[in-house]
Ligand binder design. Structure first.
Ligand SMILES: Cc1ncc(COP(=O)(O)O)c(C=O)c1O
Length: 376
């Protein structure tokens, strides 16, 4: 008998399911002018300053990137006014999360605490590293239950993830609660606060965990270029932690994990705060338009969760995947959230009001096709 190829933790691992690319939909279905509202990308496109910087770099692509990502690290240091020794860059913030798990957690030995209905990469990375995962249910309103998460932590727990605000719910943890949670954790625990959607938050009682570095020493805050800076295709993100943590993560990361285009795009994008402001304005206009359209469908059992991000988690009267499939035929790609443990929802990225109106038309027609009546 041959021995098994992989351990059970790999055999049972469900791969990350990304939003459907527009080109894939075009290959599968003959639809006019499809729009993608599935991956929380910036509907304005990439930061123009970052694109200009990339154009300047194209002639030098035969060189390996700077392995230390010096320009990137220093741009982040200047932007946040912190010591460069506190920064690691990555192939998207996703890779920073992976490096954190590989660096801080003993393979097959430690445990991780993760909230249900949160970003799926956390569970995937921890399972791939054969960690014991403590899944913590959410509190009412699809909010993180930080008290329950603190209770799930014990001496085996090496890493805890908090997405603030969270994907796919769009909910956030107010500053005082996050601060209390961090203060109560044992020193040995690494807390990752993932701030991929930070710039979209409007709530007054939200605060970045970068302001809480004095509360818990083993804190890693991650940010990305993929969302508000519109650079998801470039793959650039970074993490901020204490110098000892960064030093150990630098030992583990891949040698050229920040590619040459990311290294010029990131400094330019961080300088493009005008683009960030414009993106927030478009996001708020999109929110108003989508919420208005969804309220018109409330008779059909449609609702949504209040969001501090660039997407809305929409409650559906029938399984979200069925509505998603029907909407594809209208050329509108949204995201079913069954994989996040939320089968009766869809996640819809915010975009310009006209795209939101098209999305509502597609949603209404999908509901009618699925025979959802006004009274249901
Ligand atoms: C909460 C959260 N963290 C991290 C990421 C990954 O971002 P990146 O493109 O930087 O890897 C995403 C992407 O959807 C996300 O939603």
């Amino acid at each position: 008998m041959t021995s098994s190829l992989v351990g059970d933790h790999i055999e049972t691992l469900k791969p990350y399911v990304p939003g459907k690319p527009i080109e894939e939909l075009q290959r599968e279905l003959d639809v006019d002018n499809p729009i993608k509202l599935a991956s929380n990308e910036n509907p304005l496109g990439p930061s123009p300053k970052a694109v200009a910087a990339i154009n300047q770099k194209l002639h030098a692509l035969h060189y390996y990137p700077d392995g230390a990502a010096h320009r990137m690290v220093h741009a982040v240091a200047d932007f946040h006014d912190i010591d460069p020794a506190r920064i690691i860059t990555g192939n998207g913030s996703d890779e920073v999360l992976t490096t954190a798990v590989r660096t801080f957690c003993d393979y097959g030995a430690d445990s991780a605490v993760i909230s249900e209905h949160s970003f799926s990469a956390y569970g995937i990375r921890c399972q791939a590293h054969n960690l014991q995962i403590r899944w913590v249910p959410m509190a009412r309103g699809l909010n993180y239950d930080l008290d329950a998460m603190a209770e799930a932590v014990d001496e085996t727990t090496k890493i805890v993830f908090v997405a603030n605000p969270n994907n796919p719910t769009g909910t956030y943890v107010p500053a005082d609660r996050l601060r209390r949670f961090l203060a109560g954790l044992p020193d040995h625990v690494v807390v990752v606060v993932d701030e991929a959607y930070h710039q979209y938050v409007q709530a007054d009682d939200y605060q970045s965990a970068l302001e809480m570095r004095d509360v818990h020493d083993r804190l890693l805050v991650t940010r990305t270029l993929s969302k508000i800076y519109g650079m998801a295709g470039v793959r650039a993100g970074y993490g901020i932690a204490n110098p000892e943590m960064i030093d150990r993560m630098q030992r583990v990361r891949e040698p050229f994990n920040s590619n040459s285009l990311a290294q010029v795009a990131l400094p330019a994008a961080l300088e493009d705060q005008e683009f960030v402001r414009e993106s927030v304005e478009v996001n708020e206009a999109g929110r108003t338009a989508l919420e208005a359209g969804l309220s018109e469908l409330s008779e059909m059992g449609v609702g949504w969760v209040e969001s501090e991000t660039n997407f809305l988690l929409v409650k559906t009267p029938v399984e979200g995947k069925k509505i998603y499939d029907a909407m594809l035929h209208q050329g509108v790609i949204v995201r079913p959230t069954g994989g996040y443990g939320l089968p009766n929802y869809l996640r819809i990225s915010l975009a310009q009001p006209e795209k939101m109106k098209r999305c509502i038309r597609a949603l209404r027609s999908a509901l009618k096709e699925l025979a959802v009546t006004e009274e249901s």
